[in-house]
Ligand binder design. Structure first.
Ligand code: PGA
Length: 259
């Protein structure tokens, strides 16, 4: 069965609750109909999750909800942390883990990412596990090996059934928020290496089912060339997801690529 593309918006540390309600209403307005060809999700900050959920529920919108991070413990003395159980209550269908900004500014390791992935799966939330190399690694010619290692560690110990429930997002760090996207060929090369790794870790069938997204300066004008690549099944969109119109145009491109 062909993979259903996923277009997910990562709002990062943007949008107060009030602003998030406005943005989600605009997004909901853009997507009044159901999508048969594409799955759409947005990932607002924690503080806006419930309000955005309420907007989508009220509008009976098909847009799904994701968080941007999670802690792996269930509850307890972890000041400032949010548990998978709390996200389940929203409810969130997705949660980003291991974004390069979390790895860089909050010192998240592959082992942390792995614990988060497992905790989410235990709560029926699909992780969107991010991976990606910096410019030094890219220029050294080691991008594929570096990313494959992150995927192996991030999904370590998962059986094939659990791997199937994950989404992997390949986001080269040098392309995030810079306006300088990878070329579709560069992105495809790494995404296909990720799929081969998933086949080794799970099975060939598992690897065929997992969605692999590209992220890094994806916008309406360059989305098509990425989404036409055989191993790229959608996008994790930062900047362009804060503009309902641009975000909707990327979804339309994804629908067009499926026809
Ligand atoms: P960008 O961000 O689209 O603004 O480059 C992507 C991301 O960090 O997920």
């Amino acid at each position: 069965m062909p993979r259903m593309p996923l277009i997910a918006g990562n709002w990062k540390m943007n949008e107060t609750t009030k602003e998030a309600v406005g943005l989600s209403q605009s997004i909901s307005f853009q997507f009044e109909r159901n999508f048969d060809e594409v799955e759409v999700a947005v990932c607002p900050p924690f503080t806006a999750l419930k309000s955005v959920r309420n907007v989508f529920d009220f509008d009976r919108s098909p847009v799904k909800l994701g968080a941007q991070d999670v802690f792996w413990e269930e509850e307890g003395a972890y000041t400032g942390a949010i548990s998978p159980h709390m996200l389940e209550e929203m409810p969130c269908e997705y949660c980003i883990v291991g974004h390069s900004e979390r790895r860089e500014y909050f010192h998240e390791t592959d082992e942390d990412v792995n614990r988060k992935v497992r905790a989410l799966l235990a709560h029926q939330i699909s992780p969107i596990m991010c991976c990606g190399e910096n410019l030094e690694v890219r220029d050294g010619g080691d991008a594929c090996a570096f990313v494959v290692d992150q995927v192996r560690k991030g999904l370590a110990g998962l059986d094939a059934a659990d791997i199937r429930r994950c989404v992997v997002a390949y986001e080269p760090i040098w392309a995030i928020g810079t306006g300088r996207a990878a070329t579709p060929e560069q992105a495809e090369e790494v995404c296909s290496a990720i799929r081969a790794t998933l086949a080794e870790m799970g099975s060939a069938d598992t690897a065929e089912e997992v969605r692999i997204l590209y992220g890094g300066s994806m916008k309406p004008t360059n989305a098509e060339e990425f989404l036409n690549m055989p191993d790229i099944d959608g996008g994790l969109i930062g900047g362009a997801s804060l503009d309902a119109d641009a975000f909707a145009r990327i979804v339309k491109v994804a629908e067009g690529c499926r026809q």
